[in-house]
Design a protein around this ligand. Structure first.
Ligand SMILES: [Zn+2]
Length: 135
């Protein structure tokens, strides 16, 4: 079990283990201290933790959360629609008014927790974007 890294201005920050950091990320909290906010907007990562001052500015999850959201929401809604169609055979308008809002709501509900989780895992595992000047 490795310790989470401390930010440049986190003298008293208590590093979290992987599980606690992942849970903090899922809740939108700083993965280093578990108290400060990780987001400054719906999906915008706060530049610094408001509690411990850890620098979140370098974290970029790219399309990672969206890929997982597509897989999870597509599985849940796709197989639910298939089950309802095979069991009840409702008219197509029922599928449209049930599954379209459900996939939109499910996707919106998972965006921030999954992005927080991916940022937390990046911080705990010390993953960073590879830049050309590092070679
Ligand atoms: Zn913090």
């Amino acid at each position: 079990m490795s310790e989470a890294p401390s930010g440049p201005s986190t003298p008293g920050a208590r590093p979290l283990d992987r599980r606690a950091a992942a849970l903090a990320g899922l809740r939108g909290r700083c993965p280093v201290c578990g108290r400060g906010r990780l987001f400054s907007g719906f999906l915008k990562i706060a530049p610094r933790c408001t509690a411990c001052g850890f620098d979140h500015g370098g974290e970029n999850t790219g399309d990672g959360p969206a890929a997982f959201i597509i897989l999870i929401a597509g599985f849940v809604v796709g197989f639910s629609a298939l089950f309802v169609e095979m069991r009840f055979s409702p008219p197509i308008w029922v599928h449209l008014i049930v599954w379209l809002p459900m996939v939109a709501g499910l996707s919106l509900a998972m965006m921030q927790p999954l992005k927080g989780l991916m940022v937390a895992l990046q911080i705990v595992n010390r993953a960073s974007e590879v830049r050309n000047d590092e070679f």
